[in-house]
Design a protein around this ligand. Sequence first.
Ligand code: OAD
Length: 224
Amino acid sequence: MIFVLTGAGLSAESGLGTFRDEGGLWTQYDLSEVATPEGFAADPEKVLAFYNARRANADSATPNAAHTALARLSQQTQTALVTQNVDSLLEAAGARDVIHMHGQLDWALCAGCGARWDAPAVMQVSDPCPACAAKATRPDVVWFGEMPYHMDRIENALSAADLFVAIGTSGTVYPAAGFVEMARAYGIETLELNLEPSGGRFDDGLYGPATDIVPDWVDRVLTA
Ligand code: OAD
């Protein structure tokens, strides 16, 4: 089984910004203001506006050749497809059973009762929760200081994998950044596909734009 971890570099060529590259989101916004529970408590309107803009951007984006290749991989071989991305471009490309460890822009979450529902294109602070009517609506994305989703499932999949592949992620945000070391501890082969080496301890790496290197790698895996 192949365990694939993807990051913002996968969607970069679909026009969605990465976080830490030149001009990236965290060079334009203060992450403590827009991606923490404290930032949301201090200024919910600002936080919803930030995610409304990201949702609009994601809604107008289309999957690129790397998303399509990973969808093919997930359809044709046993794959755990784990993403840190909050867009739905892997699903749009036809990937099955994508594990969104940092949540999804398409979903809204009630900070009061935990209910989830389809996020409207524009979320507003005054939107009541459809389950409990609390005006505590927030995007269903994981913020700094919060526990990523599906960690049990992810750790089970990682322990059962034969190959760990990280694609388009800088490896700076834990726990995802620690998966390569966990894979090594399990004796699993590790591979990085990225624009440039992230500095993580991988057995092997292929470097270049995701739309070039991911389809080539998937073709090799599926014809091996
Ligand atoms: P980063 O912005 O930290 O890293 C993006 C990575 O993609 C870098 O290693 C780039 O070199 C690489 N990259 C850029 N363009 C690429 C391309 N065309 N093809 C291939 N690789 C490319 O984004 P993430 O690692 O995804 O979390 O960031 C991890 C988490 O930090 C995000 O999920 C988000 C952010 O804060 C939360 O908001 C909780």
